[in-house]
Each structure stands twice: as structure tokens, then as C-alpha cells.
Ligand binder design. Structure first.
Ligand code: ZN
Ligand code: ZN
Length: 159
């Protein structure tokens, strides 16, 4: 049995040893590292344990992490492909990065009030805007294709 903290390598006696669950395995840690690392989410904790090169049952940690890493990689690739498709050819006025086109997004406006029937609310309480968002700084631009909808929304705000 190892009796050093896997993170800080501090030597631990029986009383000081703590067990921390890291990705399908239990690791020996000191009280300080226990407090520090239990704050991480389980993926970060498993990665931190593996990165020490001193973890017990490294195989188990890898078995836990590999499918998660695969999934994250696939997700990132999908997102990248989607962003690629969304490129609008416009650049951000603030930072110059690519503006991504999210197409028409319908925003619901205002609160439901008892003055309006549901039909009225549906007719006047939403606004469709074409949304462009900067990939880098998040600055957004909105285009409103239907001026009449905006007219109604502005009217509703006055009431
Ligand atoms: Zn420690
Ligand atoms: Zn920007």
C-alpha cells in the first residue's frame, strides 16, 4: 500500500490518509489535497489524478476518461463543422473575428397579461430576428426582417 498523497507526495500515516474517488478508482490523498480536489468535477479530478503519474489503478481512470474524451472530441468537431456552416462572411465590428449566422430566432416578448387573450399574445408578443454572433467576443447583431412585427411589439410596450 502506498502511503504518500498522490498529489503533493506528502508522507501520510494511517491517521492522515484520506481516500478520494477519482474516475472509477480510489486514491490516497492528504487532508489538504482532499479538500482541494473534491471541489473539482469528477472529470477534472480524474484527469488531475492521472496527470500526477502516481495514481493507483491508472487503467481504471483511463477507462473512465477515454469515452468522455472521445465524446468531447466528437462534440467539439461537430460544433466546429456547424460554426463553419454558419460563417456569414461578415466580420465583427468590434474585434474583426467571423460573425456566425444563427438564422431567424423568435423571441417571446413581455409578460402574459390578462388584457390580452392568448391569440393576441401570440400575434403581438414575439419578434423574429436574424441573429449574427461574433465567434470570438460574443458581440451580436440583430436584423428584423418584419417591420410590422416590431411595430406591434413597440405598440404593446406603450400600453
Ligand atoms: Zn496532498
Ligand atoms: Zn467580436
Amino acid at each position: 500500500m502506498k502511503d504518500n498523497c498522490i498529489f503533493c507526495e506528502k508522507e501520510l500515516n494511517m491517521m492522515q490518509k484520506k481516500k478520494l474517488y477519482c474516475g472509477h478508482s480510489t486514491q490516497t490523498v492528504c487532508a489538504d489535497c482532499y479538500r482541494r480536489y473534491k471541489e473539482l468535477n469528477s472529470v477534472e479530478r480524474a484527469e488531475a489524478a492521472l496527470n500526477t503519474g502516481r495514481a493507483e489503478d491508472e487503467e481504471k481512470i483511463r477507462e473512465y476518461l477515454d469515452p468522455i474524451r472521445e465524446m468531447e472530441k466528437a462534440k467539439a468537431e461537430k460544433q466546429k463543422a456547424q460554426d463553419e456552416q454558419r460563417k456569414s462572411g461578415k466580420s465583427c465590428l468590434r474585434c474583426g473575428a467571423d460573425m456566425l449566422d444563427y438564422g431567424d430566432v423568435t423571441f417571446k416578448l413581455g409578460e402574459e397579461t390578462f388584457f390580452f387573450s392568448d391569440m393576441n399574445r401570440l400575434a403581438s408578443g414575439s419578434l423574429t430576428m436574424k441573429v449574427l454572433r461574433c465567434q470570438s467576443c460574443g458581440k451580436a447583431e440583430f436584423y428584423i426582417p418584419d417591420a410590422e412585427q416590431l411595430e406591434k411589439a413597440a405598440e404593446q410596450n406603450k400600453n
